[in-house]
Design a protein around this ligand. Sequence first.
Ligand SMILES: *Cc1c(COP(=O)(O)O)cnc(C)c1O
Length: 478
Amino acid sequence: MPDTPNEPSNPYRLLPAIDKLLTSAPLQRLMEVEGLPRDFITAIARERLDLARQNIRQGVAPLSSQQLLDEIESLAKTISNGNLREVINATGVIVHTNIGRAPLSIEAVAAVNKVAIGYSNLEYELETGERGSRMSHISDLIARLTGAEAGMAVNNNAAAVLMVLSAFARAKEVLISRGQAVEIGGSFRVPDVIAQSGGKLVDVGTTNKTYIRDYENAINPNTAIILQVHSSNFKVVGFTHSAKLEELVQLANAHNLIVVEDLGSGTLLDTAQYGLSHEPTVQESISKGVHLVTFSGDKLLGGAQAGIIAGRKDLIDKLKKHPLARALRLDKMTIAALQATFLHYLKGEAEHKIPVWQMISMSQAEILQRAKSWQAVLANCWEGATIVEGLSTVGGGSLPSETLPTYLLALPAIPGKSAAMLTAALRQQRPAIICRVERETLLLDPRTVLPDQDDILLDALKKNCSFPTSSRLDFPTS
Ligand SMILES: *Cc1c(COP(=O)(O)O)cnc(C)c1O
């Protein structure tokens, strides 16, 4: 294919000139009515024209002028609307990493608002008028709630683990059971984190069985840490053994080592009281004598993204002075959200105020009633809408393979609209709606849909109902 734009029959000549695009009604409207800068629209038009030329070069059928114009308009709108948007979670996965993990409580959001919109005593002692520490707002709460001597928090749990290892294992050895040198979700690999900290990983035991004597045999003068990593999102079952925390602590104390436990989700409440299996609590680890425990702020704690560190005061004091403490420090909004979240625990109201725990503790009756009210709204527009029994999951690297019984609104695909088409349309709503699909049926779990989102959810579903069939807005009819 000739690559010279002047050939009479050549496809490049079919591409509109940039000026023609910019003076078209849709793009004029974006600039004049919506007030988007001309430079911004021009840049997008250029990018799309370049892409169109590139496509022609690669032999892809060229877009028509109208298609090109539509693309430019839609891209300009998408970018100027901001890409990060609200999502309604109808999946029934409570701590869903891809859609932002834990929603904050109303009180936590209010606290964030207050410090975000103005000034605060973030690093200022109001009593003395002197400089204070940003950690002071949460350190004491962490210690009180976990039973540890001291506490602090950094940017996320990955950062917490990295910091602890950097502070205490640099150029030294870290003992870890072979079964725990694992990868936990998005690029958190324990061996890599140890390497990054400057520590040397020493595998002990085997993948399925590790005894206390395996640790003991590996100890030498260069050993600094015994690392325990909670199997947050997988299970090793069957012929297994792992050393008890108490045994590890005893061994470490005898050799002047530090036991560090990465609890992952780290819960302060006992999951067993909600029909789930028992997830080890932070308090249990501390009471068994673990020297440092790390866990996430936005998994089962139900707060903002953070890595909480609790443990021995002398160790926490060292961490607070470590150079990484400044690089990994929390911003004021996160501190405000965490403080408010911790206060729910302090006041014994976590189950009723923190969304993650509200969802975990939601009664079957309440879920069924909401599913029924959804069904009633859709009854005369969605053919075959029924309620079925199903399972919600905790998710987010907590309690693998654990489920909570739930009721789901089941919406079968409609003639002419496959389940894939329907979910695609729901993802394009504002807020976007995400649900599960099984056997060409949309499954929506009321457990994870916030109560004030019911109306928006139902309106969006009504728009995509069997009738009226002409919802041209949502489906490109070919
Ligand atoms: C989730 C998890 C992490 C990473 O925590 P983030 O807060 O996402 O950085 C590390 N270790 C374990 C065991 C986890 O479950």
